[in-house]
Design a protein around this ligand. Structure first.
Ligand code: ADP
Ligand code: MG
Length: 635
């Protein structure tokens, strides 16, 4: 047999290696920003066009490169940062593999323009797919400009794999924020399609956090600081009352490098024990400084995971330190009002004179008006105005109301019955988590539900159909109804809006405003009238008829969270995310009592849907128990 093994040509090897380093535009941004930091820049500008797909440019005022280095930096394993393997154990730079620029050069059009302090003229090199096309001397400022154009131009499969601009931009913003937070001593500017997304002056960490996430963070930060022989902990946690449902504002930095660690995250959450509402997450910006010898950052190609020699000790210390800070924070105002005005009592109660309480009577108050409004909205096909279940209602759940049959209305005479009920509930819950869907129900034309529905546990609607019993999850079902309706509204552009008496002013971080700006037109088509959308403010003068003014902030926040989520493999369109997100916030919730009419209306609406068995996020929303199945149970 003839010899078959060949050495891969360099450009092929580079392309393969690039796959590991460069997954998407954000990976390029990360590498270029880190190179600029390593080059000791004091001001870094990031410019992107079309979410980095067309252009990523990083300009720094760092040390620059000589013309030989400029040529060499594009070679694989070309690095100025380590010379021997032992150097790996005392790393203080971000990069060390010497792979990034070579990888990017293999899969994009790359241009390096650079000059050192000593040189009078700089160097400009243009590379396409690892091939140097041009090298010339240029007049340029000290520092380096790297331009990356047409990423993945020679790997169409990778290019097609990229997500929508909104998602790719979000990833870039994430990377940018991580680097910017880790280096408040460096000024950053971020231009996105010619508009300034961030402009961050050199500042202290607290201001940097506020400049990145918006001024609402100002009042939320609690400082954390502790130093021991093995580690120095510093940074901020957010006050527990501002905990959120998502994990967007959680950052760990080890030696100024962003890392992910579920173990350390757990330590933080443990420190917040008892202070958080369920389902919420604390926000934190925590910096650990540790001897590079006692960590291993070389275990993950994208270097966001890290191994500590003494993980357990760090865990314990972190938890104790944060606990201490939170404790201190809550007693600080009582001990010393002058310590930190941001932490003191917000209002000047000292100088306030007591006033006689006055009683105002609303003569127009009609306790049934709210209910009538709710019903009218529901009938018109929209969502309920979310209503808290009044406490008195709980007192009456034992009495069978004329129009409502709920599972609770049955009285449980003893513990055994109660357990039975619990088991049914648990069984239903677990069944709704199962993946499989019984999809045969609606193929049967006669499978219309009968009108004797009842509500179970304020969560499920139970009704009978010709072939048996159907159990519907009220929240997921309503999401489906709203989702299809919203999609219809968006596609025919017929969203109706209600004018607000006073425009609503909401505040968001600048990049959230930028995200919302991308959705402006779609929001408009479903009935949001947006007057202003700039800096940190969104001003709305009209909202869709089905939603209440008080839920707009929540709707927008949910929408932003959903936009930031990257669900791999799922078809992604902004319309779709918008409709899903709104449906989720507007839908009637578990725990809401529905009367007979409301139950039937929801069931009818659901059956009129194109896809009545799945929620917008593909969760099963109903199960059927057919007679055969039941018969079998009684054998
Ligand atoms: P690494 O950062 O792992 O060393 P890179 O491929 O990112 O590998 O960069 C290769 C080398 O090019 C770096 O070691 C550095 O010497 C030089 N370099 C890259 N970017 C810059 C920059 N912005 N300013 C100065 N030198 C740079
Ligand atoms: Mg690098």
């Amino acid at each position: 047999m003839t010899d078959v093994i060949k050495l891969l040509p360099d450009h092929v090897a580079n392309q393969i290696a690039a796959g590991e380093v460069v997954q998407r535009p954000a990976s390029v941004v990360k590498e270029l920003l880190e190179n600029a930091i390593d080059a000791k820049a004091t001001h870094i500008t990031l410019v992107i066009k079309d979410a980095g797909k067309t252009l990523i440019q990083v300009i720094d005022d760092g040390v620059g490169m000589s013309s030989t280095d400029a040529r060499l930096c594009l070679e694989r394993h070309a690095t100025s940062k380590i010379t021997k393997a032992e150097d790996l154990f005392s790393l203080i730079t971000k990069g060390f593999r010497g792979e990034a620029l070579a990888s990017v050069a293999a899969i994009a059009h790359l241009e390096v323009q650079t000059r050192t302090e000593e040189d009078d003229v700089g160097t400009k090199i243009q590379v396409e797919g690892s091939e140097v096309k041009n090298q010339e001397s240029v007049v340029t400022a000290r520092g380096t400009i790297i331009r990356v154009k047409n990423l993945f131009y020679n790997i169409p499969a990778r290019r097609n794999f990229l997500k929508s601009d909104a998602v790719e931009r979000r990833h870039i913003i994430d990377e940018f924020q991580r680097v910017a937070l880790a280096h408040p001593n460096v000024a950053f500017t971020f231009l996105d399609n010619d508009s300034t997304l961030f402009s961050l002056p050199i500042s202290k960490l607290r201001e940097r956090i506020v400049n990145v996430f918006g001024s609402k963070l100002k009042e939320r930060l609690v400082p954390v600081a502790e130093e021991t022989d093995i580690v120095r902990v510093s940074g901020f946690v957010q006050k527990p009352e501002f905990a959120r449902k998502n994990r967007n504002e959680q950052f760990f930095f080890v030696n100024d490098r962003y890392i992910k660690s579920s173990y350390l995250h757990h330590a933080v959450v443990a420190a917040f024990e008892g202070l958080l509402k369920s389902d919420t997450q604390p926000g934190y910006f925590l910096f650990l400084n540790i001897d590079p010898k006692s960590i291993d950052i070389n275990i993950h190609p994208t270097k966001t995971e890290i191994k500590f020699d003494d993980e357990h000790a760090i865990y314990t210390l972190l938890r104790a330190t944060i606990k201490h800070s939170l404790g201190q924070f809550s007693i600080t105002p009582a001990l010393d009002f002058s310590l930190d005005s941001e932490m003191a009592t917000p209002y000047d109660y000292d100088k306030k004179k007591p006033t006689q309480p006055t009683i105002e009577v609303d003569r127009d108050f009609n306790p049934f008006k709210e209910e009538a409004k709710r019903m009218q909205q529901f009938r018109s096909g929209g969502g309920f105005i979310p209503k808290e279940t009044p406490a008195w209602e709980a007192l009456y759940t034992g009495i069978d109301k004329e129009s409502t049959t709920t599972f609770e209305s049955a009285t449980f005479s003893d513990k055994e019955d109660f357990e039975k009920k619990r088991t049914i509930e648990g069984w239903l819950d677990s069944d709704f988590k199962a993946e499989n869907v019984i999809g045969t129900l609606f193929e049967d034309i006669n499978a219309k539900p009968s009108s004797n529905a009842f509500q179970l546990q304020r969560k499920y609607l139970v009704t009978s159909i010709k072939s048996g019993v159907v159990i519907i999850h009220q929240n997921l079902a309503h999401q489906r109804v709203l989702y299809e309706e919203l999609l219809r509204n968006i596609s025919v552009k017929e969203g109706v809006s209600q004018q607000l008496l006073f425009p609503l002013s909401l505040s968001f971080s600048p990049q959230d405003i930028a995200l919302l700006a991308n959705l402006r037109e779609q929001l408009n088509t479903i009935g949001f009238v947006i007057e202003k959308l700039e800096e940190e403010t969104m001003e709305i003068s009209g909202i869709p008829v089905h939603i209440s003014e008080s839920s707009v902030q929540e709707i927008m926040e949910q929408l932003l969270d959903d936009m930031k989520q990257d669900v791999p493999g799922e078809s992604f369109s902004q319309f779709d995310v918008l409709a899903k997100s709104l449906a989720k916030t507007m839908a009637i919730k578990v725990g809401m009592v529905l009367n007979q009419e409301e139950q039937e209306h929801l069931i009818n609406q659901l059956f009129a849907c194109k896809e009545p068995t799945l929620s917008p996020t593909n969760r099963k929303l109903l199960i059927t128990l057919d007679i055969d199945y039941l018969d079998n149970k009684f054998i």
